[in-house]
Design a protein around this ligand. Structure first.
Ligand SMILES: [Zn+2]
Length: 470
């Protein structure tokens, strides 16, 4: 039996009548433009429009989803060309790195990474064979040659992928050089920034004090004082809005918020700047800053995203050799109900405020997040994130949140990726899984087909635009 690399009915229900409904719904959404309101692509790609280098440098070396799996089977990250913090030697022969990937590609069977990669090979590069050691060289040569053509430059791919808008994510002391470079051009409407101030808000970061000082230099505010620090953050938010930002993002280890008095804030901030901050002070400071940021969002209208519950850099040796984002981040249990209480007591009833919550703790979907978003006017649920951005994760999300929060307290899909070429694949998986979920409700008589026909494009496109004020 010859099998296509990509099954046209992949991810749809196996039952023929439900499958038929899912296909009809998918036909409505499959060609809709992509809205990518949160992610980590490099804005420099779109500003310079330079060609990508080669298959391994683009598709493998920057992707921690891929090398964490390879690392888990004992493959050294040096041999995959992952750069070392100390600049020490790592493999630079990208063909050799690609061969190593091909030899271990079977490890990804059953994972979303395989779904995405196969989509990239088939849909983006037109390769019809399976990726394996036998086809590794042919894949490498074909992909690397294509990447040197104009059709594979970043802006051409934005067009080809039908990406209407993509948001990048920049820290609070970023000079935004690439967004400045495209300002005033048509690309500025399509490539926007997002304000993510973790670098100047988390006192446990090694560069916190330097970043707070830098914040002062950039804005002319005295960031040695609490009021000057807040004024500087307000000023930075305004700058990011000039470069298209409609949202902020906050990656915190917990969902803790606090609402301290001004004098307490001043002394806490002083302790954070002293250089020896206790874990409790650091947590309290981050918690206070979420409430401060919510207050600023109410003033300036920026949508606030909270990505809570990633325990970062759990592998000390990998962190010291390779730095952040190297596959050693792990989900942790997250308490949204107690954590968000202080913020919600202060701002929870403000319909003009929008906070989008993301979790890595799936046990919170039905117990905390859906009930919270199904009540508080300021809260919306972000899509399944990171480890749960997968077919099963998407199904669990809809199954556990819809009955309490409905569809319209959710905000469509985020690809949240740094792997640019996988964006169409990721949105396609989300669209297929939502059509599958809707088809099941229709088949079971819980939703009319006419309602599903409206919901499918809302989930694929309109809710993201609405949720992020785009
Ligand atoms: Zn993200």
């Amino acid at each position: 039996m010859t099998e296509k690399l990509l099954d046209p009915d992949r991810l749809f229900p196996a039952d023929p009548s439900t499958r038929e409904i899912a296909r009809s719904l998918y036909d409505i959404v499959r060609h809709l433009p992509i809205i990518s309101p949160h992610g980590h692509t490099d804005p420099g790609w779109f500003a310079t429009n330079a060609c990508f280098k080669d298959a391994a440098s683009l598709l493998l070396i920057p992707d921690h989803y891929l090398f964490r799996m390879l690392y888990s089977h004992g493959i050294a990250m040096e041999s995959l060309g992952v750069p070392r913090v100390d600049g020490g030697p790592v493999e630079t022969d990208t063909r050799k790195i690609w061969h190593l990937f091909a030899a271990h590609y079977y490890l990804f069977r059953g994972t979303p990474s395989a779904l995405w990669m196969d989509h990239v090979f088939h849909e983006v590069f037109g390769l019809d064979e399976a990726f394996s050691p036998a086809t590794a060289d042919a894949f490498y040569d074909h992909i690397t040659a294509e990447l040197q053509t104009d059709a594979y430059r970043p802006r051409a791919l934005l067009d080809r992928f039908n990406i209407e808008l993509i948001a990048t994510t920049e820290g609070a002391v970023d000079e935004l050089p690439h967004h400045r470079a495209i300002a005033g051009t048509e690309w500025a409407r399509r490539v926007i920034t997002t304000f993510r101030p973790d670098d100047a808000v988390d006192p446990e970061r090694e560069d916190f004090r330097a970043n707070v000082a830098r914040l002062g230099e950039m804005t002319g505010e005295d960031t040695g004082s609490w009021s000057g620090y807040l004024a500087a953050l307000r000023a930075r938010r305004a700058t990011y809005r000039e470069f298209g930002a409609t949202a902020t993002d906050h990656g915190h280890p917990t969902a803790a918020t606090a609402d301290l008095g001004r004098a307490e804030c001043e002394t806490l901030f002083g302790r954070c700047l002293s250089g020896t901050v206790s874990p409790a002070d650091a947590e309290l400071f981050r918690a206070q800053m979420l409430t401060e940021m919510a207050g600023m969002s109410l003033e300036d209208g920026m949508v606030m995203q909270i990505h809570a519950g990633a325990r970062r850099n759990t592998n000390a040796e990998v962190f010291s050799r390779f730095g952040r984002d190297k596959g050693a981040d792990v989900p942790s249990a997250t308490n949204f109900l107690d954590g968000l209480q202080a913020l919600l007591n202060r701002y929870g009833n403000e319909p003009a405020l929008r906070i989008i919550l993301f979790t890595l703790d799936e046990t919170t979907y039905a117990r905390e997040l859906a009930p919270l978003a199904g009540h508080y006017p300021c809260l919306k649920l972000g899509p399944p994130w990171w480890f749960h951005d997968s077919p099963e994760g998407m199904l669990r999300y809809r199954q556990q949140t819809t009955e309490t929060a409905g569809f319209y307290n959710t905000v469509g899909f985020n690809d949240d990726t740094r792997a640019f070429l996988s964006i169409p694949a990721r949105h396609d998986v989300a669209r297929r899984m939502d059509c599958r979920f809707l088809a099941t409700l229709v088949a079971e008589g819980r939703l009319r087909f006419a309602e599903a026909e409206e919901l499918a494009p809302d989930l694929a496109y309109h809710l993201a635009k609405r949720g992020y004020n785009l």
